[in-house]
Structure formats: structure tokens, C-alpha cells
Design a protein around this ligand. Structure first.
Ligand SMILES: Nc1ncnc2c1ncn2[C@@H]1O[C@H](COP(=O)(O)OP(=O)(O)OP(=O)(O)O)[C@@H](O)[C@H]1O
Ligand SMILES: [Mg+2]
Length: 303
């Protein structure tokens, strides 16, 4: 499947502040890719690098299989559109005129298409209303209309649901799903709202301190979440040490230890820890939701 975005050991420092550190990600054609991470994790920096607004300190990336070191990368960037932090428009113009400006800048002569894309994002009926009087949701949708006007194959949305009301969130979600399904548009969406993202994405990338902590298809992750084992013990350090010797994915939060492994059974863990002389006070199979999982990945030490 065609690669749309690939980053290879991308790093970026602002003076002595590291924003990205050997960051690697892969987005393929047709993905709706969710990038999640805390404030300051590096999401916007990554997006700005992809748009050529910030220059990487080291590493490289490809867009549509063209490497960032190649001259034609700036032409390739014309196939991507994004709304970074806030959608920017001419506030005193209406939506049609704003898109007309975009059409001129992109050398498009077919203005019929403007009505067509405004229809898709449900903004055809707002008439002469100036963009300065638009709600945030309307501005987001106009940003998407602008991307559609230029036939973008990748749309990047940085925190798109920030400040949207529930209705605006649902409208945006439906629009993303529609454009992905019907027009084959690939999306990269950064967000803090994991429960919301879960409803649209097929792949997730978890970013922490500028690094990719985990990148996984949502289906595989959900399977993994169904069957982790949670145990508590007074001997946390000994227990983690013993478990790390046998299982790959161990997480520890206070006195609760989680083992993420589809194939293990409770009895097996009890026997193993007993052989290692580690006492446990409680153990059971637990299913986690996506938000709990992501939070455990980005907010606790991985022991
Ligand atoms: N222009 C800049 N100059 C100095 N430091 C910067 C600059 N831009 C970003 N940073 C720093 O880089 C780190 C990553 O910031 P970034 O904005 O990419 O995070 P983010 O994941 O988008 O966060 P948020 O969720 O708050 O939007 C932060 O520590 C930030 O302070
Ligand atoms: Mg940001």
C-alpha cells in the first residue's frame, strides 16, 4: 500500500528544548491516523515540519514516497492541506470569496467547484455571512472545503475538536468519515480526545516527549486491550523485575502492574511468580479502554 507519510528518525530542537527525538511514523493511503500525546509532546512540531513551516534538525521524511531531501518535495506539498491550531481565513469575506482567493492562488479557473465543496461541508446555505461571524465548527469545515478545492490527498487536522460543541464534533466526525470513505482522502489528526478519535481512526500513534511510543492499527490494539492481566503486590520492584524477564510489555502504576499479552493466562503468571518467590495480593484478567491504555503509556514510567 502506498506510503503517504513516513518519518525516519526525525528530530527537532528549539535551542536547547527537544521537541522531537528520533521520531518515526508511517501513514498509508486511506488511513485515518490519530496522533495522541500530552501538551508539549511534539505533535504540532511534527505537523509543521511536514508542511515545511519548521525545519527538522536531523532525520528526514517522505510525503507520497518523495523524500524531503528531493527538490520536488515542495510540489508534493501541494497535495496536502491542513488546519494547524486555528483555521486562517480573511475574516471580512464570506466563505465563497475566501475559497475564490484560494482558487486564484492555486490557478483554478473552475469556480463551480467552490459551490460543490461548500455543499459537501454543509456551508452552501450560509450565504453572505462573513467568516468573522462563523462559529469555530464552521471555520473548521471551511478549512476542509479549502482542502477539497485543491484536491488534497492528505488532510492534516491539528486538534480539530478543540473548542467545538458536541454537535460540531459529530458533524466533523461524520465529514471525516465521509471524505475518507467516498473520496479516499487520508487523514492525520492530532488530538487529546482519545474517546473521540477512537470513533474515526484506523491507526494510532502515541507520542511522548517527542518520541513515538507505539504505533499500531486500532483493531490490533483493541484485541490487545481485551486481554491484559492486572495484578497488585507489595513487592512492586521485585515483581516488575521478574515479569520483565518473561513478558515484553509490562506497565506499572503505583501498586498495580499490567501485563499486555494476548496469549497469557492468569494461572501461568501465578505459577511463574510463585517460582520466583514474589508474593501477589490480587490478580485478574482485565480489559482496558483505549483512553486508560494511552494514559498508562504516556503518563507513567514504563518499568
Ligand atoms: N517555536 C518554538 N520555540 C521554542 N520551543 C518550541 C517552539 N515550538 C514548540 N516548542 C517546544 O517544543 C515542544 C513540543 O511542542 P509542540 O507544540 O509540538 O507540542 P504539542 O504536542 O503540539 O502540544 P499541545 O498539545 O499543547 O499542542 C514543547 O516543549 C514546546 O514548548
Ligand atoms: Mg499542538
Amino acid at each position: 500500500m502506498k506510503s503517504i507519510v513516513e518519518t525516519n528518525n526525525l528530530s527537532k530542537s528549539f535551542r536547547n528544548q527537544k521537541a522531537l527525538s528520533n521520531f518515526s511514523m508511517n501513514i498509508h493511503q486511506g488511513d485515518v491516523y490519530g496522533l495522541v500525546g500530552k501538551n508539549g509532546a511534539g505533535k504540532t512540531t511534527l505537523i509543521k515540519i511536514l508542511f515545511g513551516l519548521v525545519h527538522e534538525s536531523s532525520g528526514n521524511y517522505s510525503l507520497f514516497e518523495v523524500n524531503s531531501s528531493e527538490k520536488k518535495i515542495s510540489d508534493i506539498r501541494k497535495q496536502i492541506s491542513g488546519i494547524i491550531e486555528q483555521p486562517a481565513f480573511y475574516p471580512h469575506m464570506n466563505s465563497f470569496d475566501n475559497l475564490k482567493v484560494q482558487a486564484y492562488m492555486s490557478n483554478l479557473t473552475n469556480f463551480n467547484k467552490i459551490d460543490e465543496v461548500l455543499q459537501i461541508v454543509s456551508l452552501r446555505n450560509v450565504g453572505r455571512k462573513k467568516v468573522k461571524n462563523f462559529s469555530l465548527g464552521m471555520k473548521q469545515r471551511l478549512g476542509i472545503a479549502r482542502a477539497l478545492l485543491t484536491d488534497s490527498k492528505l488532510i492534516v487536522l491539528d486538534e480539530p475538536t478543540n473548542g467545538l460543541d458536541p454537535e460540531g464534533i459529530i458533524e466533523l466526525r461524520e465529514l471525516i468519515k465521509f471524505l475518507n470513505r467516498e473520496k479516499g482522502i487520508t487523514f492525520l489528526i492530532s488530538s487529546h480526545y482519545i474517546n473521540e478519535l477512537e470513533q474515526v481512526i484506523n491507526k494510532i500513534g502515541i507520542i511522548g516527549d517527542g518520541q513515538m511510543i507505539e504505533e499500531i492499527p486500532l483493531d490490533s490494539l483493541k484485541l490487545k486491550l481485551k486481554s491484559c492481566i492486572a495484578l497488585s503486590t507489595n513487592s512492586v520492584d521485585d515483581c516488575v523485575k521478574a515479569l520483565k524477564g518473561k513478558y515484553a510489555d509490562i506497565k506499572c502504576k503505583d501498586e498495580l502492574i499490567l501485563i499486555n499479552d494476548i496469549d497469557i493466562e492468569v494461572a501461568e503468571v501465578i505459577k511463574y511468580l510463585s517460582d520466583c518467590s514474589v508474593p501477589i495480593s490480587q490478580i485478574n484478567k482485565k480489559s482496558m479502554n483505549l483512553e486508560e491504555y494511552v494514559l498508562s503509556k504516556i503518563s507513567t514510567k514504563t518499568s
